[in-house]
Design a protein around this ligand. Structure first.
Ligand SMILES: Nc1ncnc2c1ncn2[C@@H]1O[C@H](COP(=O)(O)OP(=O)(O)OP(=O)(O)O)[C@@H](O)[C@H]1O
Length: 241
């Protein structure tokens, strides 16, 4: 059973690159067990924020803590734009990589079940290079799910995919990540509107974050849902300002 998915709290976070702060005294509460989508112009600091949440970069000031007061270390999985599959290992071995790196015996039944869920059961023995981009991202999603962490940080995970494959991945991720604390960066307003339980827009230097109303209905919302389409155009207008 997955551990309870904690909220993430940023308290007075500051981060400097060079002389100007990227973040100054930033307070933010990211909800536990829901999908939070982070939007904002290129260079505003989205990846930097995600890296701090993941413990890959330390804030210069303030701190990031879990809402339940327990340490965050060991409770986070990361999925980026590149699938980062090992080219010489089969899809099955890539999914079970974490277990191998930790010196645990891999759980083949669990791997098989997850490959089945992401539609790759027939490709367990294949090498990544023999699969399409969308199939490799599905394998990367299976690897993230194999880790079974309650917090999942995703940096533009579907941006390299064609629009049909991307829409399918959004459906799959929306269903399979339900109940976890997910923070997803995207530049795509439609993706944000389909997947967000909570939507945050980052702007300015130092960056400030504002919440945006999400469309009606449950995640993953349909691509042609009228509420999704209306919110998408409002969001695009706002991002263009
Ligand atoms: N390690 C670093 N050293 C110096 N500057 C950095 C470093 N990492 C990021 N920056 C700077 O911080 C700013 C924010 O970068 P970041 O990658 O967080 O933005 P982003 O919003 O994710 O952009 P994009 O949407 O283009 O990926 C940029 O100006 C970038 O040059």
């Amino acid at each position: 059973m997955m551990q309870a998915a904690p909220a993430l709290h940023l308290e007075g976070v500051g981060l400097d690159f060079g002389s100007a702060p990227l973040f100054h005294d930033l307070d933010l509460k990211i909800g536990g067990g829901i999908m939070t989508v982070l939007l904002g112009a290129s260079g505003v600091g989205k990846t930097s924020l995600l890296r701090m949440l993941g413990g890959l970069a330390a804030p210069d000031r303030g701190c990031i803590v879990a809402g339940d007061g327990l340490p965050l270390a060991g409770r986070i999985a990361w999925m980026g734009q590149q699938d980062l599959l090992l080219p010489w290992a089969s899809i099955a071995d890539n999914v079970m990589l974490g277990a191998r790196l930790r010196g645990e015996s891999p759980d083949r039944a669990r791997m098989g079940h997850l490959l089945d869920c992401v539609g790759l059961a027939a490709h367990a023995a294949a090498l990544p290079a023999t699969l399409s981009g969308g199939m490799r991202q599905r394998a990367a999603l299976a690897r993230v799910l194999y880790e079974d962490r309650p917090v999942i940080l995703m940096d533009e995970p579907f941006s390299a995919l064609d629009s049909v494959t991307r829409a399918r991945m959004q459906d799959l991720a929306g269903r399979m990540l339900a109940g976890r604390t997910v923070v997803l960066i995207t530049h795509d307003p439609l993706e944000a509107c389909r997947l967000a339980d909570s939507m945050l827009l980052m702007a300015g230097h130092p960056a400030t974050i504002s919440a945006i109303a999400v469309p009606d209905g449950q995640v993953p919302r349909a691509v042609d849902d009228p509420s999704v389409l209306a919110t998408q155009s409002a969001l695009l207008r706002r991002m263009l300002q």
